[in-house]
Design a protein around this ligand. Structure first.
Ligand SMILES: *Cc1c(COP(=O)(O)O)cnc(C)c1O
Length: 435
């Protein structure tokens, strides 16, 4: 079983108290407070190795971690050690990567509305590839590169006419998407690059077909479309594009109902599609985000107040919620949880885990069967490594939680908990109000 097919981190031990990375979660809560993001290093490194193993027969594969899933300096450091490059979507992300000491030729800058300032900085850092998303940006990037006397190596982000999310697979001639060039506009942009944008060096095509994907066939079809398009372009324009970026999207297991394919199955879909069309291919980039970091992360909360409404439904309020994990409120995402200090309990009840924030929609998990919870109990929510901290906010003016990295019974802070002073540090009271 691949790590992305498991709900819990690989080092999870369920004895008296729940342990991850050899660390007792009740000890972590005492030492660092809650809510607390915990990242298990063995799980993170394990899935990186699964990706490398699965694609080992294909020499020209380049693994790029999609930073938007979770971008902190220590996480970048680990992925760099594992040989990954980085897919970034903002100056903040590629600055974090740069400051972590990564060779910037391994970094791609992607996004549908990059600012001129971000483009300038990316050129100064000699970023490896720009994924050019639209006509406006092609012109802008070419202009800024020309001013600096530089050439930007680019991929063109295309919309291949496939959209895939979990069990929902749509193939349309003309995809309604805010990202990329649809197939009907590719010739126009290639002509512009060939004839006018002389500071852009076209290396290949880029696509990303969705997220939380359970269907290997999506990748098979995507790769075939990309190869066909690259061959057509090479033939028609006398070019020799040799790079194809297939994006990320592999799903993970949040609850027992989720059935993502293994990394190996994904690799097989990609390589099968490659073999069917014989072409001297190119470098393939793959950009997983969620499947790299989701399973490695858990969030630890402390239970507080609880309430039973007249129909018998019981709410238990946690000390976190939609500001540290917006996914349930945003798209009804589902999670699995355990009471970290009550693994041996035999008395169960159905409860709804509510967040502390002032929105009725701030519910982390609806109707979950857990041991009877009392105030002070510790709730471990699994699979919160991806798109939790990276989407976190300070809603209700609450400090963002700390993050610790656990490994071999050791725990290290990798993101400090925000302080009350952090919350007001960018506030300014204009002089005229200071009377
Ligand atoms: C978001 C994104 C990814 C990563 O997607 P996951 O579902 O987290 O694997 C990769 N590539 C691009 C272009 C993206 O926008």
């Amino acid at each position: 079983m691949s790590i992305n097919q498991q709900i819990k981190p690989v080092t999870t031990e369920e004895n008296e108290n729940l342990r991850i990375g050899g660390c007792d979660l009740t000890e972590l809560a005492k030492r660092y407070g809650t809510p607390l993001y915990v990242i298990d290093e063995a799980t993170l490194r394990g899935i990186c190795r699964e990706y490398k193993q699965a694609f080992q027969d294909y020499k020209n594969i380049k693994m790029m971690y999609a930073c938007k899933a979770l971008c902190t300096s220590a996480i970048i450091k680990i992925l760099d050690e594992e040989g990954f490059g980085f897919d970034t979507v903002s100056a903040g992300e590629f600055y974090t990567v740069y400051k972590s000491g990564v060779d910037m030729s391994k970094v791609l800058f992607n996004g549908s509305n990059k600012s001129a300032g971000e483009i300038e900085l990316a050129l100064e850092y000699n970023i490896g590839r720009f994924s050019v998303d639209n006509f406006y940006e092609a012109e802008l990037l070419n202009r800024i590169a020309a001013q600096k006397g530089l050439t930007a190596d680019i991929l063109l982000r295309i919309t291949p006419g496939i959209e895939c999310h979990t069990h929902n697979y749509i193939q349309t001639g003309q995809t309604d998407s805010k990202f990329g060039f649809d197939l009907s506009t590719i010739d126009e942009i290639i002509n512009l690059i060939k004839n006018r944008y002389t500071n852009l060096n076209l290396k290949g095509l880029h696509a990303h077909i969705g997220s939380q994907i359970f269907e290997p066939k999506c990748y098979y079809d995507e790769v075939q479309i990309l190869i066909k398009e690259i061959s057509r372009i090479n033939e028609h324009y006398g070019l020799s594009l040799k790079e194809m970026n297939i994006g990320g999207g592999l799903g993970v297991k949040y609850t027992e109902a989720d059935t993502p394919p293994s990394v190996e199955t994904l690799a097989k879909a990609v390589t099968d599609a490659m073999q069917e069309i014989s072409l001297d291919i190119p470098t393939i980039y793959i950009e997983p985000g969620r499947s790299i970091i989701s399973t490695a992360g858990i969030t630890l909360y402390t239970a507080g107040s609880s309430k039973v409404i007249p129909n018998g439904k019981k709410y238990v309020a946690l000390d976190g919620g939609m500001a540290d994990n917006p996914r349930p409120a945003m798209y009804q995402a589902e999670y699995t949880a355990q009471v970290a200090n009550k693994l041996k309990s035999k008395e169960f009840e159905i409860v709804t885990l509510a967040g502390r924030y002032c929105e009725s929609g701030d519910i982390l998990i609806n109707d979950i069967k857990l041991p009877k919870i009392e105030a002070g109990d510790l709730i471990c929510v699994y699979n919160t490594g991806a798109y939790n901290y990276s989407m976190a906010s300070n809603y209700n003016r609450v400090e963002k939680p700390a993050m610790v990295l656990v490994n071999n019974s050791q725990s290290d802070i990798i993101v400090y908990r925000e302080t009350l002073d952090n919350l007001i540090m960018y506030d300014v009271i204009p002089d005229r109000l200071k009377k």
